[in-house]
Design a protein around this ligand. Sequence first.
Ligand SMILES: Cc1ncc(COP(=O)(O)O)c(C=O)c1O
Length: 429
Amino acid sequence: MTSNQRLMERREQAVARGVANLHPLFAASADNARIIDADGREYIDFASGIAVLNTGHRHPQLMAAVRRQLDSFTHTCFHVMGYESYVELAEKLNRLTPGAFPKKSLLVNTGAEAVENAIKIARSYTGRPGVIAFDGGFHGRTLLTMGLTGKVMPYKKGFGPMPAGIHHAAYPNALHGISVEDALRSLEDRLRFDIEPEAVAAMIVEPVMGEGGFYVAPPAFLRGLRDIASRHGIVLIADEVQSGFGRTGRMFAVEHAGVEPDLITMAKSLAGGFPLAAVTGRAEIMDAPHAGGLGGTYGGNPVAVAAALAVLEVLESEGLLDKAERIGQRSLERLRPLQQSCDTVAEVRGLGAMIGIEFMREGVPAPDMVQAVVSRARDQGLLLLSCGMHGNVIRLLAPLTIPDEDLERGLAMLADAITAQEKAGLQPA
Ligand SMILES: Cc1ncc(COP(=O)(O)O)c(C=O)c1O
């Protein structure tokens, strides 16, 4: 029995079943875009711990910043005694997020917590209860964010009742026949049939849908949301938890559309593997809740904040936004020909280095193909992640710091796995 198998047996005895494992592997060590498992096998990492490692595993600058922080203090609770780095990170996020208006920030621990707080802030500012979210969107696993999430399996099944006041509209999806006009009409319908606009506090949207399948919202859709939100005094929240921090070639994906949201939620690659999340937005909205209404014991932990400040430096000093563009271009160049050569590859799409490959068979989503390709690629030494409303999309989230040779090797392994699986048809890998 291998070490991975032994650990998997212990894990099955000790860890709750609901916490799924996407790969039957356990990590031993990792460096930049490579990770070594408990049996000493090396993998190229195209998963980045679900979009957390835009700056790679254990970037030396991050590690140095964290070590320095460990030697001074690791926790005070910002409410009990403040520290400069929290304020500095807030100042930086206020500057980096789109919009020239005055902004303020709040630091928390996870993406879900950032989303929960954005909704609390929007409700406090508007005095309204309602929230609009989108079909297929993912915003987290806590009660409120589960309610906002637009997919039943595996996120909502058996966990109801869902929180009140949430309404879902369609998200544009050209491949599946939903145009920008259809999606905006669906939103107008919600405001006509379900809830009056004067009762809606916020609309929350992913500029590139992440868990739902790496669908890029056309700029016209995001501009349409901005117009509707402004017209009705609704707070527009861009959930950039997965698409943020350079992944799409801009610091935030919403910038591609030239849209300025009122609030932005961030997490994942913000702190390169340390738990940290943030809400940044218009100062008058952020300041609506009374003193003591926001926060938490660990929010803005100083070790995670030190990592985040280093992430921001590395993104700039290593030109990682441009690198994201180059990774994206190269990935499309290498993988788009599969649309012609493999019947099941329906679309290779993306924004910057946020690339999705969608599999269909005769117009029907083909999640079996995704599972087989993911396991074939793993056997060759490439770690992949799936996503999608039907589980039929492979998403590429290589660290933006990945060396060219690792990127090329990874893309070659992926193309080989897809081609081999296409030839094998429905046989499992
Ligand atoms: C767009 C989006 N929002 C929120 C979340 C929730 O983040 P967390 O898992 O840190 O709670 C995720 C996680 O995948 C996400 O992709």
